[in-house]
Write a protein that binds this ligand. Structure first.
Ligand SMILES: Cc1ncc(COP(=O)(O)O)c(C=O)c1O
Length: 396
């Protein structure tokens, strides 16, 4: 017996693998600082937990409609209207097991063999693999640190072909933390206007914003809303990673297709998580303010510390909870007699010899960088930064 051929074309998730390795070391009693996870260290707000507890008490523990309970689909529409000035009807919404499943379903529902999907690098590691798994072809368009990792409309224009079925946008971005400006989004809109492709906008880090304004491409180009698929979820803004609550809002035909995939795979997302999500979306927002301030403080602390290291340069991200220091200046130096040549090697040394888990840039499509998450306590961050400094100063 052997595995299906489709597994030969995708790579395992490097983020999950590195996290698992860090956790295994911690379980052996090793004092590991993990800067690898894409997970808030804040607890889920209590009023959200209470809603789930209440749902459980009332026996709300059964199957629900695949696309989600009507009150949640309505709450999603209200949220999109209120926060994003985007109008969708409940039958244009599907609730999934995390934003991850929503994106997966979208590619499964949309792509035929060989269809192309434009993905801007640096990118979240799962986009390329999900596209490949659906038989599609990821077409990577690079963005540059010098331009704040802003998308280049001309590069997008050059990448468009008759086979382009979708363009993925992720702002604030994982891993760069870049937030796309109005001008950048207008440029993208202009580039794709004559081309019939879906715009998949992954807005999961929307609320983690330290600079500027959050805009969805639908805000600057209302004419493109009919082919816009908005992806969002509860994981990052509401610190609800374990609840597995994500959603998509978009064209009815695509939402219906995504629901069909979900009908035949997982059915509905957990019933009581849906009740919690209703409470979260309709509830108070005051907790965002201290949370975002804390993330901002950590961001500044980490960026300032990294920029003091010779050979390291770190851009101050406008959103999300990652920094992406440029470590090219360290390449060519030697560690224990061996020349340092890449981010994978650096990340390995960092974990094995300095007990810090940080993601190499290579799997995100940016060699020469590493990604560190600041969704962990300042104490852990300080410890992690001290250890990284030890590594940098030990290079010859
Ligand atoms: C850019 C991006 N999109 C989507 C997700 C998926 O989030 P979830 O499935 O927890 O909603 C993540 C998680 O790390 C992410 O970084």
């Amino acid at each position: 017996m052997n595995l299906a051929n489709r597994l030969k074309v995708i790579k395992p998730s490097p983020t999950l693998a590195l996290n698992a390795k860090a956790k295994a070391l911690a379980a052996q009693g090793v004092d590991v600082v993990s800067l690898a996870a894409g997970e808030p260290d804040f607890d889920t707000p209590d009023f959200i937990k209470q809603a789930a507890i209440e749902a459980l008490r009332q026996g709300f523990t059964k199957y629900t409609p695949t696309a989600g309970i009507p009150e949640l689909r309505e709450a999603v529409c209200a949220k999109l209207e209120r926060d994003n000035r985007l109008t969708f009807a409940p039958d244009q919404v599907v609730v999934s097991v995390g934003a991850k499943q929503a994106i997966y379903n979208a590619f499964q529902a949309l792509l035929n063999e060989g269809d192309e999907v434009i993905i801007l690098a640096p990118y979240w590691v799962s986009y390329t693999e999900m596209v490949t798994l659906a038989g599609g072809k990821p077409v990577v368009v690079e963005t540059r640190e010098e331009n704040g990792f802003a998308p280049d409309p001309d590069a997008i224009r050059r990448a468009l072909t008759p086979r382009t079925k979708a363009l993925v946008l992720n702002s604030p971005s994982n891993p760069s933390g870049a937030v796309f400006s109005r001008a950048a989004l207008e440029g993208i809109a202009e580039a794709v206007r004559g081309h019939d492709c879906l715009l998949l906008s992954d807005d999961i880090y929307e609320k983690l914003l330290y600079e500027g304004q959050f805009l969805n491409i639908g805000n600057v180009a209302p004419d493109l809303v009919p082919r816009l698929l908005v992806i969002n979820g509860m994981s990052k803004a509401f610190s609800m990673t374990g609840w597995r609550m994500g959603y998509a809002a978009g064209p009815k035909w695509l939402i219906a297709g995504m629901q069909m995939i979900q009908d035949q795979s997982t059915s509905n997302a957990p019933s009581f998580s849906q009740k919690a999500a209703v409470a979260a979306l309709n509830g108070p927002r005051d907790f965002f303010v201290p949370m975002v301030e804390e993330y901002r403080g950590r961001r500044d602390m980490v960026v300032d510390a990294l920029n003091k290291l010779e050979g390291v340069h770190c851009r101050r991200p406008e959103g999300a909870f990652y920094v992406l220091p440029n470590v090219r200046g360290l390449f060519g130096r030697t560690y224990k007699g061996t020349p340092l040549t890449g981010s994978m090697q650096l990340s390995d040394i960092l974990l094995n010899d300095f007990r810090v888990a940080a993601m190499p840039g290579a799997p995100f499509g940016v060699e020469g960088y590493i990604r560190m998450s600041f969704a962990t306590s300042r104490e852990q961050l300080r410890k992690g930064l001290d250890r990284f400094k030890e590594l940098v100063t030990s290079l010859r």
